[in-house]
Each structure stands twice: as structure tokens, then as C-alpha cells.
Design a protein around this ligand. Structure first.
Ligand code: SD4
Length: 341
């Protein structure tokens, strides 16, 4: 029996109605009967999609629709994060993202599949959907990463359209920032960045995507963690997947997402794994000048569909979507509040 038919059969026996598998928005149906422990373990947790911040909520919906409509995990994470990239109200991703200190919107993105194929673009300008360019790098080049003008030339050769990504709102904020020109990238719930999305499909295969306009007011040419496989995003299909948000420099210094996956490999739950690496980042940065405004957060999912998140400071949340509970926001546990030093 195919995995899919097996999945549907088990779902039909369990507390999860088939309709809830189709619609991420819906909750469990009352008329279904109790599942055995065995079927619960196998049914409830797959598929699952998890993504950073509130913009993850509509992104999850798009990803879920793609996944349950027959798309692959990679199709799903790409479709999901494109929602944030294309939304000018999201001031930290793609179109409408806050610019660097020269007023240029420069974008970083990466994508990774269950066979460890990956693609990435960094310091890319003028292309609204860097995640789709990253996917082309993965699928149509012998490389993993393209940057700057080379990434733009590649995108144009693949038919992407060059456009102005600096919206009047972002331009206005940049001009206001120029008045004081103080670089202090406080990243939090009211000022969130980066969408990272992880998906475990119904066959138990993992995919991930990460896309951002990076830290606002950064130096022109700065690249963060988000396009770096192992820092902003990492997965090992034998183990689990992890992704980061927050101050990219701190995540790069500690190879954050790869380390979260390694903790899961050693048997830690996704939340424990995120917490251990956040603690490590804290230890490495407690006397660092970045500590004043440092925020990092991770999300993770393992092969069983268990998921979790953890952040250094309060205020990090993420969106989770599965068949059992639908799409919802969850607050991550954290090490300290913003008042603590
Ligand atoms: C960066 N990690 O460019 C990104 C920014 C971010 O939540 O995720 N903010 O450093």
C-alpha cells in the first residue's frame, strides 16, 4: 500500500477527519472515532509546517494548500514563503523590505530538500522572489550559492523580472533613520524579520526555506545567516530540520541551525535542541557588544513531526500547521526578557 493510502486509511480510523487533512484552518471533527495510540503517533504529526513569526500564518496556509494539493515539500515551502516576499506590508522580507543604509533593498534566501540538495542567493537586488531564484540555483546549476550581480544576472537569464523593491513607506523610514544613523537592529515581535519555514510531508520527508531582506540599515553588501546553509537553515532528512531568525552575525558565528539538528541527532527534542544552541549563543555573546540588542530564535521539527522553538529574549513566536489542530500561532519559550542584561 502506498504511503499516502496508508496515511488516509489511518486517518480515517483516527480522531482526525479526512477533511482536516485537506484544510489547515479547520480543527478536528467531532464525528470521528478515537484512534489507537499507534495510529495517533503516526497520523497526527504528519504533515506539519512550521514557520517564524506572524507572517508565518498566511505563509503556512499557502504551503499547506500546496502540500495537500499534491505538491512536494519543496513546492510547499517555496509557495509559503513567497507570500511574505510578495507582501509590501512585510517590512523585512522581499518587496517592501527595509533597505540598507544606502537605501538599497538587498535580499538573502535559501532552500533545502530532503536529499540535501540546496540553493541560495545573497545580496540580490531587484527580484521580488529570491526564494524562487534560490530554487533555480539548486535545480539548474552545479552550485549552491550565487551572490550579488551574478545572482541577478542568473535570475534575469531564467526569466525573472527586475523591479524596484523599495516602497514609499520603506524609503520614508530609511530617510528618517538617516537623521540619526544609529545601527541597533532590535529584532522582535513588533519588528520581526526573516521568514523561515520547515515542512515535514506525509511521507516523512523534510524541506526548508528561508528568506529575508536582512537587518535593516546594514552596511551595503552585508550578508546575514539566512542564505547560509547550516546557519539560517539546515536539515538532515534522517534527523530533522531547523531554521533561525534574529541577529545573523550571532547565528553564523555558531553555525546555529546545523547545531540544532545535531542536538536532535543526539536525541534532544526540537525545543530542547533549540534551547541548547540559544544557551550556547548566549554564553558566547554575554560579553559581546552585540548583547545589548541581541535576539536569536530557532524553530525545529524532527522526523516524528515533533516541533518546537526557543529564543534568547522574549517575544519570538511561530506559526504551526498540522491536520490535528490546524494553523495557529505559538509563543516560543525564552531565556530572558529584554530588561534582563
Ligand atoms: C539577518 N537573520 O539578516 C536575519 C534577520 C532576521 O529576524 O532574521 N531577523 O541577520
Amino acid at each position: 500500500m502506498s504511503d499516502r493510502r496508508d496515511f488516509i486509511k489511518k486517518a480515517a480510523l483516527g480522531t482526525i477527519g479526512i477533511s482536516t487533512i485537506i484544510g489547515c484552518k479547520e480543527g478536528p471533527k467531532e464525528e470521528t472515532v478515537a484512534a489507537t495510540n499507534e495510529s495517533l503517533a503516526q497520523v497526527q504529526r504528519k504533515p506539519v509546517i512550521i514557520s517564524t513569526w506572524k507572517h508565518g500564518f498566511p505563509a503556512n496556509e499557502a504551503a499547506w494548500k500546496t502540500l495537500t494539493g499534491g505538491g512536494t515539500g519543496i513546492d510547499a515551502v517555496e509557495a509559503g514563503v513567497r507570500v511574505s516576499e510578495g507582501d509590501p506590508k512585510e517590512r523585512s522580507v522581499g518587496y517592501g523590505g527595509l533597505p540598507d543604509r544606502e537605501g538599497k533593498v538587498t535580499l538573502d534566501a535559501c532552500i533545502m530538500d530532503s536529499d540535501s540538495n540546496c540553493g541560495s542567493v545573497a545580496f540580490l537586488q531587484g527580484i521580488k522572489h529570491p526564494i524562487s531564484v534560490a530554487r533555480k540555483v539548486m535545480e539548474e546549476t552545479p552550485h549552491v550559492m550565487l551572490v550579488g550581480q551574478g545572482a541577478l544576472n542568473f535570475a534575469l537569464s531564467k526569466g525573472f523580472k527586475e523591479e524596484n523593491l523599495l516602497t514609499p513607506e520603506s524609503e520614508k523610514d530609511w530617510k528618517k533613520w538617516l537623521e540619526k544613523s544609529k545601527y541597533k537592529p532590535v529584532i522582535n515581535i513588533e519588528n520581526h524579520d526573516t521568514i523561515s519555514m520547515l515542512a515535514l510531508d506525509e511521507n516523512g520527508n523534510l524541506s526548508g526555506a528561508c528568506t529575508t531582506s536582512g537587518a535593516a540599515w546594514k552596511l551595503h553588501g552585508r550578508v546575514g545567516d539566512s542564505p547560509i546553509i547550516g546557519a539560517g537553515l539546515f536539515l538532515d532528512n534522517e534527523v530533522g530540520a531547523a531554521a533561525a531568525t534574529g541577529l545573523g552575525e550571532a547565528v553564523i558565528r555558531t553555525a546555529g541551525s546545523a547545531m540544532v539538528v545535531e542536538q536532535m541527532r543526539m536525541g534532544k527534542s526540537p525545543e530542547e535542541a533549540c534551547k541548547i544552541i540559544v544557551e550556547r549563543i548566549f554564553e558566547k555573546h554575554k560579553n559581546h557588544k552585540d548583547m545589548e540588542y541581541l535576539q536569536v530564535g530557532f524553530i525545529a521539527v524532527n522526523k516524528n513531526g515533533e516541533y518546537g522553538g526557543y529564543s534568547l529574549r522574549s517575544g519570538f513566536n511561530y506559526a504551526v500547521c498540522d491536520a490535528e489542530k490546524g494553523n495557529r500561532m505559538e509563543d516560543a519559550s525564552f531565556k530572558m526578557t529584554w530588561d534582563e542584561k
